[in-house]
Each structure stands twice: as C-alpha cells, then as structure tokens.
Design a protein around this ligand. Structure first.
Ligand code: NOJ
Length: 566
C-alpha cells in the first residue's frame, strides 16, 4: 500500500506549492462534509459532491493548499460524526471507499493535500471495540476506562468512581449493566473514553493511522488530543469557583496529564515515517500558552486566542501580542476565526461592538486579511470565504443532539447555526442539493451570498479572499516571516510588519482600520530606504493607494497589505 501513496504523490503533487513545507506556509480549508455539496440528491453533502467542487478550492478558485475533512467515518450521529463506530471506513452516507480514494487523487492532482479528522479520545458506544469490552472479550477487555462503583448513592444505585463531570453536563461516568462497572466519558455517554495507557489501544490507533497514510492522506486534525490521558488512579479533581459544574473543577486529573508529550512524540514518529505529513491538535479548553507548549515539529496545535476577541484594534493587538509571546522561538502557531464548534466570525464580529451594527461583508473582508497574514498556518472554515454568518435554526430542526440534551448548568449553544449548507448558486437550495429538503436549512441570504454570484463581483468577500491568498502565496514574508506590531497608529487602526529573517528585501506591512471613521495613517518606514506600495486591499472601488509610499488613507473596515517599494 505504501506504493499507492508513492504513485499518488508522484502523479498528483508534482505541481504542488511549497513541497514538504506546505503545512507551515500554506492555507488549510476545513470542509464539513454533510454541508458542502450533495451529489446524489439525498439532502446531505457527500464525497462526490466535494470532488465536483474541487475547482472552487484549486488554482482557479480560492487556491488553498490543503483541505481538512471533518469526520467521514460510520457513526450513529449522536455527536454528528464525532462518535465513530469504525475509524478505518467511509460512512456510506458520504459515499464509497472508492469515492474517498478518488477524492484524494483528484485533490492531489490539483496540488491540494488532504487532512482527515481523527477522533481517538473516544469511540461511539456502537464501536465493536466497546461492544467487546463491555462483555470483557479479549483483547478488548481493558480498552476503555472501566471502574467499579464507589458504593451506592442515597437511592441505592451504584455511585460513580469519582467526581469527574462531562463537558456536556452531568457525571463523566455511566454505569454499564452488561459489564457491571462504570465507564468514563468526557463528552456524551455514547462516547466512551479509550484507555490510552493500554499498549494495545495505542498500537491499534497507530495501525489505523498508517492505514489512512497508506491511502495517500497527508495529515490529521487530532480531536481533543490533550484529553487522551487521565490520571491512572482517577483521583478526584480539586474544586474551584465557577459558573458551571465543569468550571467548578480544576481539571488536574482528567486532562493534560504529564505523560502526554511522550505519547504525542510516539504518535508523531508514526506519522513522520511518511515524509511531508503533519498533524494539528485540537486543544480542548486550553490556553494559548498551553497550545504553544504542546506544539512540536510538524505538530501544530490550535490556538483560540483570535477567535474570542471582539472587533477592535486593541483587542486584536492584545491577542496578537499574547500569541507572539507564547509562540516565540521556532514554535509555529495556527490562525483560526471560525470552525464547526463556534459561531461564525462574520456575524459574531459584526455584532460585537456595543452600539454599532457593522456591515457583515466588510467585517468578513477585513477579518480575512487579519487571518491570512498572521504568523501561523491559517485555517479557513467552509463558507467564511463568502462572509457566511450563523443561521437561525429552530430548535426542532437542530442537528446538534448535545444542544438539546445539555442541562441548565451548561451554557451550550446550538452548533447547527454554524454548520448550515454551502451556497453555490442563486438556484433552489443554493445549488447545494436537488432534494426537496436539505439536511439542515440554508441561510436566508443565499440568493446573493453564494459562490457563483460572488465569483463575478470584484468587491465580494470571495474576491477579497482570493486576492489575499494570492498575495500571501506571492510573498514569502507573509508565509513564514516574523511579526512585529507597529506602534503609534491612530485609534482603532492595527498595523504589523511581517519580515523575512534571512532576506532584507522581503517585507510586508498589514494595516487594518477597525473604526467607524476613515483613517489617515502615517506608515512606519520599511527596513532600509524607500517607502511602501499597495500589494492588495480588501476594497477595490476605489483601490487604496499610498501617498509617497509613506501615508495611506483607509475607509472604515478597510485593510491593506503593502510591500517595500525600492
Ligand atoms: C471536538 C469536536 O470539534 C466537537 O465537535 C466534538 O463534539 C467533541 N470534540 C467531541 O468529540
């Protein structure tokens, strides 16, 4: 099978940009497969649908370097794919095994790498491993975190082994009548937690990883990787003040255990056996500093700092400063504004300034410039390139089961709102499906907010994404240069310099006007002599220009990338 990987790599990726450095210099695009494109008219997106739309992502479209597929494995769907019942197969809902191989081949042909989402902390309770484990069948007997009851509760029922709580509310332990013991689950009770301290579990995960690498996959997003290990003696967590059951515990023993870096190194070694591959870990409830500490060579860790900020230059400046401090030295960050668990940033940011409602498209264009020019690998969530916002999904149409199940103690929101179908055209159901009804309702703005319409308009969000990605690809300093915040900017203007440490002439300046007024900005000089020239702007009518290369006038919510003009 290794040979197959070789064939795909040689035939497909010959023209790919960046070689093995793609994970650092390139742009990654997250696809939520159920909502990208439906090819067979059943209302749900699928793999052939993605293949049909690869040109949107390739050279003549957005021109991204990799795509990350949210889970595509068989799943009962209680956490919409994050409850996996077979890690090595394709869910027939999405297509066949051959469809997957075709997707990898067709993506590679366009120079696009493929990243899969690995859910290895837990499985579905329908997974054969769990079914065998609850019946104490070898070799699976101890593959999950099983513990005896700690006596009985006031009503005479078995009491959980300790006080750990589930992220989705309630105890993190459920009693299994078949086995007569409790099993641990950080998420839903249908998502039992594997015991990574059992060598056979690690070996099975590595075998599964190799299987996907042999099929040509280029990397993995690793779901909740910092939860893999728990304290071996399941010690109770110390208490602290907080507004939810989860927040009222200091999670000393159920996440972030000291042995995690060694486990990560072993997983990395397995992936590194395949040159040119990478991993990106999803940090579960961690800080920027925590993400930086777990970042390694070819192992990125998501940092959520930019995702939490309101629309203001001061807020973004503070976020960037914190990121730059945490990810000093050679540690390489990621940049993310939206994903399938969070509100979409275009609508969130447009509503984030008290007393002002901002234009969603203008915010989306300016945010794109911020995202794509940070030091770090940018991740674009499908639809953000159209400025898509959250959609009001009535609760009886919600497809996020945890949202309906969490208790009053848990401030969960309905993730259906940010997982709605991709609008491709102004046609019925925005060209997403020919079914009478899509699996989840579309936004009410798709008549104009769709790929076909925006592709034809130079002032669209899509056109801005294309311009900024092209500028990034043409400018090495924007890919892996250092970042220095500029001082002495007018209120609500943020500017930073990206400069290549090795090439004095390779330098860019990014300036974004956050405020409601247009801004007259005196630019700091480039290294050496000369001034700046505009490489690309968020706005095209009129395009921004500099005065003598040293001053620029920006409209509200306008952003610009300048390069040294010598
Ligand atoms: C993180 C995933 O991003 C989220 O969607 C899921 O609910 C949890 N992990 C549990 O797998």
């Amino acid at each position: 099978m290794i040979g197959m990987r070789g064939t795909q790599a040689v035939s497909g990726l010959v023209g790919a940009r960046f070689g093995d450095d793609w994970w650092r210099r390139g742009v990654v695009y997250q696809i939520y497969p159920r909502s990208f494109a439906d090819s067979d008219g059943d209302g749900t997106g699928d793999l052939p649908g993605i293949i049909d739309h690869l040109d949107h992502l390739g050279r003549d479209g957005l021109d991204v370097d990799a795509l990350w597929l949210s889970p595509i494995y068989p799943s009962p769907g209680l956490d919409i794919g994050y409850d996996v019942s077979d890690h090595s197969a394709i869910d027939p809902l999405f297509g066949t095994e051959a469809d997957f191989d075709r997707l990898v081949f067709q993506a590679h042909r366009r120079g696009i790498r493929v990243i899969l989402d690995l859910v290895m902390n837990h499985t579905s309770d329908a997974h054969p491993w769990f079914q065998a484990s609850r019946r104490r069948e070898a070799p699976y007997t101890d593959w999950y975190i099983w513990h005896d009851a700690r006596g009985t509760d006031r009503r005479g029922r078995p009491a959980p082994p300790n006080d750990w709580v589930s992220w989705f509310g309630g105890p993190a332990w459920s009693f299994d009548e078949v086995r007569g013991q409790f099993f641990h689950h950080t998420f839903l009770r249908e998502q039992p937690e594997l015991d990574w301290r059992v060598p056979a579990v690690e070996a099975a995960q590595v075998a599964m990883i190799r299987g996907w690498l042999d099929r040509g996959v280029d990397g993995f997003r690793v779901d909740t990787f910092n939860v893999f290990l728990k304290h071996a003696d399941v010690l109770p967590n110390p208490r602290r003040r907080g507004s939810t059951a989860w927040a009222r515990q200091h999670h000393q023993y159920d996440i972030d255990q000291p042995e995690l870096p060694d486990l990560l190194a072993r997983l990395r070694a397995a992936v590194d056996a395949y040159p040119g591959t990478m991993t990106v870990g999803e940090m579960f409830v961690g800080t920027t500093e925590g993400a930086a500490a777990l970042t390694g060579e070819r192992h990125l860790v998501f940092d959520w700092e930019l995702m939490t900020r309101p629309w203001s230059a001061a807020a973004f400046r503070a976020a960037i400063r914190r990121r730059e401090r945490a990810f000093a030295d050679a540690r390489w960050p990621t940049a993310v504004l939206s994903n399938h668990d969070q509100p979409r940033h275009a609508s969130r940011l447009a509503a984030s300034v008290p007393g002002r409602t901002l234009d969603q498209d203008a915010v989306a264009r300016a945010a794109a410039m911020l995202l794509l020019t940070q030091r770090g690998t940018p991740f674009v969530y499908y639809g953000e390139e159209l400025g898509m916002g959250d959609v009001d999904v009535p609760i009886d149409e919600s497809i996020d089961p945890p949202a309906a199940r969490v208790g009053p103690d848990f401030p969960w929101w309905d993730r259906s709102r940010s997982r709605t179908p991709m609008p491709w055209s102004p046609e019925t159901h925005a060209g997403f499906t020919t079914a009478d009804r899509p699996w989840l309702r579309l936004g009410s703005d798709t008549a104009s907010r769709n790929v076909a319409t925006q592709a034809g308009a130079a002032d669209s969000v899509l056109a801005a994404y294309r311009r900024v990605i092209a500028a990034r690809h043409a400018t090495p300093a924007l890919q892996d240069g250092d970042l220095t915040l500029a001082r002495a900017m007018p209120d609500d203007v943020l500017a930073y310099r990206r400069s290549s440490p090795s090439d004095r002439h390779d330098e860019a300046l990014v300036v974004v006007a956050f405020g409601p007024e247009s801004a007259d900005i005196r630019l700091p000089g480039p290294r050496g002599r000369g001034g700046w020239r505009v490489l690309v702007g968020t706005d095209v009518d009129p395009p921004p220009t500099t005065e003598d290369g040293r001053r620029i006038h920006l409209q509200p919510l306008e952003g610009v990338i300048l390069v040294a003009d010598r």
